[in-house]
Write a protein that binds this ligand. Structure first.
Ligand code: FES
Length: 119
């Protein structure tokens, strides 16, 4: 993402969106909610607030982020890095390494195909 020189400063240092979208069980794309996203995303919100220590970090639950097949997924801005997660330990690692130290958690990263995302 390229910022323009006259853009206002971002409100948040790190902004995370966690999909908690729910679809019927028969839906062809499935959904993050059926894979436990809501409990894990709420866990991330709680733990993120504890770990932020005054830093401007925001973690939001979101609707579908269009990577349903990989779910549960989240995306971290401003970097725009995507992760798949399954456990509270995964969440802790994303918080500790990416959100707080701007490192990457390679084992959980999702590499979306931009062509597929724009369909
Ligand atoms: S339902 Fe979570 S990305 Fe689509």
């Amino acid at each position: 993402m390229r910022r323009q020189t006259d853009d206002p400063e971002p409100v948040y240092e790190v902004h995370v969106f966690c999909c908690t979208n729910e679809r019927p069980a028969t839906h062809r794309r499935g959904c993050c909610a059926s894979k436990g996203s809501e409990a894990l995303a709420n866990y991330m919100c709680r733990r993120g607030m504890v770990k932020a220590h005054g830093r401007h970090i925001r973690i939001n639950l979101s609707g579908c982020l269009n990577l349903c097949e990989y779910g549960p997924v989240l995306v971290v801005y401003p970097e725009g890095v995507w992760y798949r997660y399954e456990t509270e330990a995964d969440i802790e690692e994303i918080l500790d390494r990416h959100v707080l130290r701007c490192e990457r958690v390679s084992r959980l990263m999702v590499l979306p195909d931009p062509a597929r995302m724009h369909r």
